[in-house]
Write a protein that binds this ligand. Structure first.
Ligand SMILES: Cc1cc2nc3c(=O)[nH]c(=O)nc-3n(C[C@H](O)[C@H](O)[C@H](O)COP(=O)(O)OP(=O)(O)OC[C@H]3O[C@@H](n4cnc5c(N)ncnc54)[C@H](O)[C@@H]3O)c2cc1C
Length: 569
């Protein structure tokens, strides 16, 4: 590692324009951090009409519940009022209100709404960026110029719909009712309620993930007949009583989960020793046993066909059983299951769908909870994607990476194509190929269970990187690229198939439960103190990690910058 070179160091980056694409969690905290650091010309562009991205007013449907715990989707500069929900649950509305408040307080006048980014390309002579946008109110096209770009367009902002299930396929089959993706549930509620009521009509939801379960739960609670069709469900975690914060909000899960580096004696014990690995694997095996028992899922239920808790990044955290939730509604027969199966096509009678096992389900409304495609897909042309090195690609390094952890000894079978997936985004933030130019970064694509803190520390890292602060990051493309090849090999080893399943804009790096270690790495890159929650050798893994521990990052970076400049003179 060397300290990164200065690029065009005669110009103060603070005076140059920064374009941030996206007004979700990642875009908002990135804009705030850059403004705090003295960047004067910061513009956030979003196609939406309100802030929040996934949590925007136009997307939050009734009953949307946040899987994360309080503190995991918030920022250190603004506390979220204690959630009113049972067991500290945060609703989608709580999140919407929080992000609206954050934007109003810190970003007034900085956000351009209803602005669709159509294309991003290099500026003249390869300097800066040209961003082609379209105003969604007037259809007027415009080209904006920025010296730097931070891409915060999110992994859940573009629906992925199989062609044979699409609204076009429905139309071709003369399907009579509405067909919509789960992300449009809120905006189409009125239309749906005019088609299905508690007295008449059938809703079919396609998919087994959280969005599918949320949609089915919504209709069941409205008294409407609903069937959910899936091959497998997300891994669900629940217990009879709420788990204490020293388990749920501490580093506990992060030490129980194998990480790319085992930095502490405890982690090495848990993952590489015979005794430690027995304990660790026992813990992961116990999770579904407790969950099935707490939720009362019968042995023969297709809801047991879930991905393994240890090996997946698709978790649905139910906390404790509750009356109006998915699992309870299934038990009470208010949600019907058609599983394992997937939808093959629309029926010939215009009011049914045909499943892979030949079953025909009556349907007046079809909700496609079929996941998301990359939000980067259409905004870069092939040349720019290639030059930036932003795209997924087959691995190229000849290096043999080895993680001889006993806890990784028996991975589930992976699709052979999964071995061909590599991403070369250094730390999940900067394309390795572009690392020396310091004019492009990505925030919000590191896959973790604590998006708030991860996005906030990432925003500081990106700002320091733009400011050419002294950092411990590779000084050359080759070194950065090699690091990303190792990280990609780790992702394939740790979560087989996941890079195939999740789109490139949702995952550039995957410290899923191990976000505390990932945050420590980013802090160390900035030459700042890591392992901030303290504790002794017996308690450190159980100390609650609160966003407050990163609330002074700006001041710490300012002080360090001053010291580094003084040392250079
Ligand atoms: C239903 C649902 C529930 C979820 N629940 C949780 C949870 O409980 N916990 C958790 O940690 N995560 C959850 N997630 C994941 C969620 O995506 C992240 O937590 C986080 O909110 C993502 O923030 P983001 O800023 O990266 O992206 P987003 O919130 O998706 O924001 C992306 C922004 O980019 C804009 N954009 C994209 N493309 C363009 C373009 N071409 N032009 C202009 N604007 C563009 C969008 O309009 C939006 O403003 C959930 C996701 C979904 C869909």
């Amino acid at each position: 590692m060397t300290h990164g070179p200065s690029v065009n160091s005669s110009v103060d980056p603070r005076t140059e324009a920064v374009g941030i694409i996206g007004a979700g969690l990642a875009g908002l905290i990135t804009a705030h951090t850059l403004l705090q650091d003295g960047f004067t010309d910061v513009v956030v562009l979003t196609r939406d009409r309100t802030v929040g991205g996934v949590w925007a007013k136009e997307r939050v449907y009734p009953g949307l519940r946040v899987t994360s715990l309080s503190g995991e989707l918030t920022f250190s500069s603004l506390e979220m009022p204690l959630p009113k929900g049972a067991y500290g649950d945060i609703s989608g509305d709580d999140m919407r209100a929080y992000l609206e408040c954050f934007a109003e307080k810190f970003l007034a006048g900085r956000i351009r709404f209803a602005t669709e980014v159509r294309r991003i390309e290099r500026g003249e002579a390869g300097n800066g960026w040209r961003v082609h946008v379209e105003d969604k109110n007037t259809d007027r096209a415009e080209t904006l110029a920025f010296a730097r770009i931070v891409l915060c367009s999110g992994g859940c902002s573009v629906p992925a719909i199989p062609v044979k299930l699409s609204p076009e396929a429905a139309k071709a089959a003369n399907f009579a009712g509405p067909v919509l993706h789960s992300m449009d549930l809120q905006s189409k509620l009125d239309e749906l309620h005019s088609v299905v009521t508690p007295d008449s009509g059938f809703v079919v939801v396609i998919g087994g993930g959280k969005s599918a379960q949320d949609a089915a739960t919504y209709f069941a609670n409205a008294g409407i007949h609903v069937t959910i069709v899936f091959e497998a469900v997300d891994c669900c975690v629940a217990s009879w009583l709420p788990l204490p914060d020293f388990v749920r909000k501490s580093r506990f899960m992060s030490v129980m989960s194998p990480n790319i580096e085992l930095n502490t004696r405890l982690e090495r014990f848990l993952h590489t020793s015979w005794l430690g690995s027995k304990f660790t694997l026992g813990f992961w095996k116990l999770l579904p046993v407790i969950t099935n028992s707490a939720l009362g899922i019968p042995r023969n239920s297709p809801l047991r066909n879930a991905r393994s808790a240890l090996w997946t990044t698709s978790h649905n955290d139910e906390r404790v059983p509750e009356m109006k939730r998915f699992y309870h509604l299934v038990k009470k027969g208010k949600i019907s299951l058609a599983a394992p199966a997937h939808m093959e096509r629309y029926g010939d009678d215009g009011k049914s769908v045909v499943l892979s096992d030949g079953r025909v389900l009556q349907a007046d409304v079809v909700v496609l909870a079929t996941g998301y495609a990359s939000s980067w897909g259409t905004i870069f042309d092939e040349k720019t994607r290639e030059e930036l090195g932003i795209h997924r690609h087959p691995p190229t390094s000849k290096a043999k990476y080895q993680w001889n952890y006993k806890t990784l000894a028996n991975p589930p079978p992976a699709h052979p194509d999964a071995e061909q997936q590599a991403s070369s985004i250094f730390r999940g933030l900067v394309p390795a190929k572009n690392i020396e130019r310091r004019d492009f970064a990505i925030n919000g694509a590191i896959g973790t269970t604590n998006n708030g803190m991860t996005c906030e520390v990432s925003a500081h890292w990106i700002s320091s990187y733009f400011l050419r602060d002294k950092m411990r990051i590779p000084g050359s493309v080759d070194v950065a690229y090699e690091e990303t090849e190792r990280d990609a090999a780790w992702m394939r080893r740790r979560y087989p198939d996941t890079l195939l399943r999740l789109n490139e804009s949702s995952v550039t790096s995957l410290p899923y439960f191990t976000w505390p270690q990932a945050i420590d790495q980013l802090l160390e890159d900035m030459e700042l103190r890591s392992m901030r929650t303290g504790g002794n050798c017996l308690t450190w893994a159980f100390k609650v990690v609160d966003p407050k521990v990163i609330s002074t990052l700006k001041e710490e970076r300012d002080a360090k910058r001053k010291k580094d400049v003084a040392a250079n003179n």
